[in-house]
Design a protein around this ligand. Structure first.
Ligand code: NBP
Length: 477
C-alpha cells in the first residue's frame, strides 16, 4: 500500500497526529528513530485506520506516494535538522517536509530556504492543542509555499478542530509565518495564564476565599464573556483536592512555574521588532521570578502592608471588579500579540490575515475562547485596525471595565499583592491613550547628554540645544 501521508517522530504528538490522520481515512506511513514506538502504535491503535509501519528512512520514503508528504514531529532544534538531513537526500523534486514541531521561525526560514534550493518544499507548521488536540483536532498554522499548501491543505483541514463548520487551519503565509504565529499564540497563552493566576491570587488573598470557592467563581465566569478553555481548566485545577493530604491541590504544588521557551522567544522577537508586548513579557518574567528560589528566600522577610481580607459589600464588588480587570487586561494582551504578528508580517513580507488567525484560534488550541470570535469580527470589520483596543466593541467593553480595573490595581498595590499583568496592562492602556507622554522629557535628556537631537511640535526639522552654553541656544541640525 502506498501512503498518502507519513509521520516520523512518534512520541505523544506524532502518534496522536498519525492516529487522527488514519481516523480520517488517510493511509499513514509511520517512522520513528527507534522502531519500538512505531511497533507500539500499530499494536495499540492499528485498528483505527490504515497504517504502513516502516523501519528505515528509505523504507519510509518508499512507502509514500508522490509528491511525498512527510510530517516531522520530533524534538525542536538539533533533532529537526538531523531528521531533515536524513530524509532530504532521499526525496525528489516537489516533495514536502512538514515540520509540526515547535521550531523557532528563524530556523524555519533558514530550513525553508535551504530546502527550496534543493527543490523541496519545507512547510513549518504550528500545531497547538497538546496531545489531546493532536488526536481530536488541533489548531494548525502552516507556513511554507502556497503551492505546498494546495496539496497539504485538504489533509490538514481534515484533522484540524472545527468551529461551526470552519476548520481551525489556514495557510498563514510563506516560510516561517506559521511558526511565527504559533510562537505568538504561545506568548499570548503565557499572558492569559498569568492574568488568570493574578485573578486567583487576588480572590484568595484580598478576599480570603478558599480554592474551592474560587473554582466556583471561575466556573461562573466561564458562562460569560471569559468563556474559554483556560478558565475552564483553571476551575478544574482549583477544585481538585490532593488525595494524599486532603488539601487543595494548588497548595501542595511548588510555586515555581517552568517554561520551555516559546514565551521567551515571543518577547525576544517583540524587542527586536520594537513592539511592546508587556503582557507577555510580564508573564515570562513572573515565571522566572517564581523560579528564583534563592532570591525569593533572601527577600521573603521584606516588609509589606498589613493585609486584612476585604469583607462584606466591598467583597461583593471586588470579585466583580476582578472579572472586569481580567477581561480588560486580556484585551490588552491579545491586542499586543496581534500587533506583534502585524509587525512580523511587515518585517518578513508575509501577507498575514489577522482575522483568519483569530478564526483558527477559536478551536483546538490552548487559548481557544469565545473571545477569539470577537477578535475575528473586529478584523472583519476593519482589517487595518491599528489595535484591538480601538475596535468599537472592545473600546466600549474596556471603557466600561476601567473603573473596576483601576480599583483592582489600586487594591493589589495597597495590600501588597503582586499583579504585574493587571497593572502593566493598565499602564499600557493609559500610555496609548495619553495626549502627551513624558517621552518628550526623555528626548530632552538624550539631547543633553548625547546630542541625540529632537523634533519640535511647532515646526519641522531636527534640533539640538547647546546645553553647556549660557543661553542654551538651539540650532537646527
Ligand atoms: P518530543 O519533543 O519529546 O520528541 C520526541 C521525539 O523526537 C521522538 O520521536 C524521538 O525519537 C525524536 N527524536 C529525538 Br528526541 N532526537 C532525534 C534525532 N536526533 N533523530 C530523530 N528523531 C529524534 O516529542 P513530543 O512531545 O511528541 O513533541 C514533538 C514536537 O511537537 C516537538 O517539537 C514539540 O515542541 C512539539 N509540540 C509539542 C506539544 C506538546 O503538547 N507536547 C504541543 C505542540 C507542539 P526516539 O523515540 O527515537 O527517541
Amino acid at each position: 500500500d502506498q501512503a498518502n501521508i507519513g509521520v516520523t517522530g512518534l512520541a505523544v504528538m506524532g502518534r496522536n497526529l498519525a492516529r487522527n490522520l488514519a481516523r480520517h481515512g488517510h493511509t499513514v506511513a509511520l517512522h520513528n528513530r527507534h522502531q519500538q514506538r512505531t511497533d507500539d502504535l500499530v499494536a495499540q491503535f492499528g485498528d483505527e485506520g490504515t497504517f504502513v509501519p516502516t523501519g528505515s528512512a528509505a523504507e519510509f520514503v518508499a512507502a509514500l506516494e508522490r509528491p511525498r508528504k512527510l510530517i516531522v514531529m520530533v524534538k525542536a532544534g538539533g533533532p529537526t535538522d538531523a531528521v531533515i538531513e536524513e530524509f532530504a537526500p532521499l526525496l525528489e523534486d516537489g516533495d514536502m517536509i512538514v515540520d509540526g514541531g515547535n521550531a523557532h521561525f528563524a530556523d524555519t526560514r533558514r530550513r525553508e530556504k535551504a530546502l527550496r534550493e534543493r527543490g523541496l518544499h519545507f512547510v513549518g507548521t504550528g500545531v497547538s492543542g497538546g496531545e489531546e488536540g493532536a488526536l481530536h483536532g488541533p489548531s494548525i498554522m502552516p507556513g511554507g509555499s502556497r503551492e505546498a499548501y494546495a496539496s497539504l491543505g485538504p489533509i490538514l483541514t481534515d484533522i484540524a478542530a472545527d468551529v461551526d463548520g470552519t476548520p481551525c487551519c489556514t495557510h498563514i503565509g510563506p516560510d516561517g509565518a506559521g511558526h511565527f504565529v504559533k510562537m505568538v499564540h504561545n506568548g499570548i497563552e503565557y499572558a492569559d495564564m498569568q492574568l488568570i493566576a493574578e485573578a486567583y491570587d487576588l480572590l484568595r488573598h484580598a478576599l480570603g476565599l478558599e480554592p474551592a470557592q474560587i473554582a466556583d467563581i471561575f466556573r461562573d465566569w466561564n458562562t460569560g464573556r471569559l468563556d474559554s478553555y483556560l478558565i475552564e481548566i483553571t476551575a478544574q485545577v482549583l477544585g481538585h483536592v490532593d488525595a494524599a493530604t486532603g488539601r487543595p491541590f494548588v497548595d501542595v504544588v511548588v510555586d515555581q512555574a517552568e517554561q520551555k521557551g516559546t514565551g521567551r522567544w515571543t518577547v525576544q522577537t517583540a524587542l527586536e521588532l520594537g513592539v511592546p508586548t508587556t503582557g507577555i513579557a510580564e508573564a515570562v518574567f513572573a515565571r522566572s521570578l517564581s523560579g528564583g528560589a534563592a532570591l525569593r528566600e533572601a527577600a521573603r522577610g521584606l516588609p509589606g502592608p498589613a493585609r486584612a481580607p476585604i469583607t462584606g459589600a466591598a467583597a461583593e464588588t471586588l470579585a466583580a471588579d476582578i472579572e472586569q480587570a481580567l477581561y480588560a487586561s486580556k484585551v490588552v494582551a491579545y491586542a499586543q500579540g496581534f500587533n506583534e504578528i502585524q509587525a512580523g508580517a511587515a518585517e518578513y513580507d508575509w501577507p498575514i490575515d489577522l482575522g483568519a488567525v483569530a478564526t483558527i484560534w477559536r478551536g483546538g488550541c490552548i487559548i481557544r475562547a469565545a473571545f477569539l470570535d470577537d477578535i475575528r469580527a473586529a478584523y472583519a470589520n476593519d482589517p487595518a485596525l491599528p489595535t484591538l483596543l480601538t475596535d468599537g466593541g472592545f473600546a466600549e467593553a474596556v471603557r466600561d471595565a476601567q473603573d473596576s480595573w483601576r480599583s483592582v490595581v489600586a487594591t493589589a498595590a495597597r495590600l501588597g499583592i503582586p499583579a504585574p499583568g493587571f497593572s502593566s496592562a493598565l499602564s499600557y492602556y493609559d500610555a496609548l491613550r495619553a495626549q502627551r507622554l513624558p517621552a518628550a522629557l526623555v528626548q530632552g535628556q538624550r539631547d543633553y547628554f548625547g546630542a541625540h537631537t529632537y523634533q519640535r511640535v511647532d515646526r519641522p526639522g531636527t534640533f539640538h540645544t547647546e546645553w553647556a552654553t549660557r543661553d542654551a541656544a538651539e540650532h537646527e541640525v
